[in-house]
Design a protein around this ligand. Structure first.
Ligand SMILES: *Cc1c(COP(=O)(O)O)cnc(C)c1O
Length: 397
């Protein structure tokens, strides 16, 4: 691997040349079934013909004009996201961490513009992941990520995922509560719908804003456009990224008119955010997802997948401790080391993504046909047998 690359990642020694649907191909023609989707990014699989065409056509016309001018592509995407969500307003950026930064700024400005600048602190939850910028490191509050980067940014308070703890942490300085409906990097830990409703109610009672980080759970990952739809609540502010551009880098912050009321011209901005290519990609993703029946199809195939995984877990209790997740945001809680499980899967040409709590995430594209899900489960079974043969079953238990 290149000496010229900064060594920030523990990369797998594999490179891909092209992709098609749920499959990735190396330059020498080896084929991998991709249940990682570039960390829940390629929501419609690789080389989706509608996305390819949209990007190719736009590439020949115009790439970038900045936010100094009107953007019909931004206006189109914003109005579609608004029409299909709780939100009234959208702001576009380039990544997840940046979307969360925007969400926090919107919440703070809301109170400042209402004459309550003392309300600026954000409550987050243990096991969360909100990104790697300096402020999002503080929000995430993971020792491993914070170490060596100086004093932690102030303004974030973290509590266990527990209503009493949340209540106790609220002070006169609290502006908002920020939460992932399912903790992704933390190990696919679902916040139960009753808990989501209780948090919403608490925010209402205390006059706090609710920020949902749907960077990983959004854009259909759980079988609905946004994961919070399963609990029937709506946030005041929501961050999106990962699946939004289907593989093109783009993030967004959505908010109600009220929550966004402090955001006057000059309060926030970005050079690249809302770039035309990114908007075209995200609009093309929505073209596909908003087709009637799309999410019904996702839910049907996802429940087949879950059923198959559950049966596999029953056959290999020495490998799989638990099946977690919803829709196509699934994970195996592993008995052996999760990295050993992922390595055995790779030997079977199946890709997953490691997450916290000794899990391996399985996040196939939302478009994956049932036969390829079955193929994935077969490869997973072969990986389990491989682990048993290697004497690694049950190792971490
Ligand atoms: C990936 C992720 C982020 C960070 O997104 P980046 O694009 O890597 O900055 C934030 N929150 C959640 C829930 C994520 O899954």
């Amino acid at each position: 691997m290149s000496e010229a690359l900064m060594s920030t990642y523990a990369r797998v020694d594999l490179a891909f040349e092209r992709g098609e649907g749920p499959y990735l191909y190396t330059a020498d023609g080896r084929r991998y079934l991709d249940f990682g989707s570039g960390i829940a990014v390629t929501a419609l699989g690789h080389s989706h013909p509608h996305l390819v065409r949209a990007i190719q056509e736009q590439a020949a016309k115009l790439w970038h004009v900045s936010n100094l001018f009107r953007s019909p592509e931004q206006e189109k995407l914003a109005s579609r996201l608004v029409a299909n969500s709780f939100a009234d307003k959208a702001f576009f950026c380039n990544s997840g961490a940046e979307a969360n930064e925007g969400a926090v700024k919107i919440a703070r400005k809301y109170f400042a513009s209402k004459g309550q600048p003392e309300k600026w602190r954000i409550i987050t939850f243990e096991g969360c992941f909100h990104g790697r910028t300096l402020a999002m490191l503080a929000a995430t509050n993971n020792k491993k990520y914070l170490e060596g980067f100086g004093e932690k940014v102030n303004g974030f308070d973290q509590v266990p995922l527990d209503l009493a703890a949340l209540k106790a942490a609220i002070t006169g300085e609290t502006a908002a509560v920020m939460i992932e409906p399912i903790q992704g990097e933390g190990g696919i830990r679902t916040v139960e719908p009753e808990m989501m409703r209780a948090i919403r109610k608490l925010c209402d009672d205390k006059g706090l804003l609710l920020i949902l980080d749907e960077i990983q759970t959004g854009m259909g990952r759980t079988g609905k456009l946004f994961a919070h739809e399963w609990s029937g609540i709506t946030p005041d502010i929501m961050s999106l990224a990962k699946g939004l551009g289907g593989g093109f880098p783009v993030g967004a912050v959505l908010a109600t008119e009220e929550a966004a009321s402090g955001m006057a011209p000059g309060t926030h901005g970005t050079t690249f955010g809302g770039n035309i290519m990114a908007m075209v990609a995200a609009n093309a993703v929505l073209d596909v997802m908003l087709e009637p029946g799309f999410f019904d199809g996702v839910q049907t195939r996802a429940s087949y997948f879950k059923q198959q995984l559950t049966m596999l877990a029953d056959r290999y209790p020495d490998i799989v401790e638990e099946i977690r997740g919803q829709g196509f945001l699934m994970a195996l809680k592993c008995k052996p080391l999760n990295s050993d499980v992922a390595a055995a899967m790779r030997e079977e040409h199946l890709l997953g993504v490691l997450a916290g709590d000794n899990t391996v995430r399985l996040m196939p594209p939302l478009t994956i046909p049932e036969k390829d899900l079955a193929e994935g489960v077969n490869r997973l079974e072969a990986a389990c047998q491989r682990l048993r043969a290697a004497g690694k079953a049950g190792a971490a238990a």
